[in-house]
Design a protein around this ligand. Sequence first.
Ligand code: ATP
Ligand code: MG
Length: 140
Amino acid sequence: MTIQRTFSIIKPDATNRNLTGAINAKIEAAGLRIVAQKRVHMTKKQAETFYGVHAGKPFFDELVSFMTSAPVVVQVLEGENAIAKYREVMGATNPANAEEGTIRKEFALSIGENSVHGSDAEETAKIEIAQWFSGNEIVG
Ligand code: ATP
Ligand code: MG
């Protein structure tokens, strides 16, 4: 049994539509624990740092502008195989390809406005968590 932590963002399209609670319910129903959570309005610099790996891609400017357009909820989720488990719960990046019952199938508007972010590996999870939370803000 591997207990992991992953980093999650409830994105502006979801906070705008008051879906924080509905998304949290899906996270918890999947057995993941929300061990840290706060609502923030990202600055351009913070969003560019966070999505640095996508710098130069055609959708980068649109992504940064979307992520800074309204508040988001940043979270740390904990559980067995949390990284892969949360990506399953989120569904495919493009909601048109997402499985039934996933967050993106149910709530996402488009490939860009796709309601949630989740880390894709242990190393990125560590880096992403450290950008937004100090150790004593995470209570497992
Ligand atoms: P996330 O990293 O947000 O969990 P992901 O790993 O499924 O999602 P990535 O390929 O890492 O997707 O892309 C990061 C984000 O950039 C996507 O979630 C989406 O919001 C945006 N994005 C990706 N591809 C496109 C695209 N073709 N057009 C517009 N936005 C895109
Ligand atoms: Mg990604």
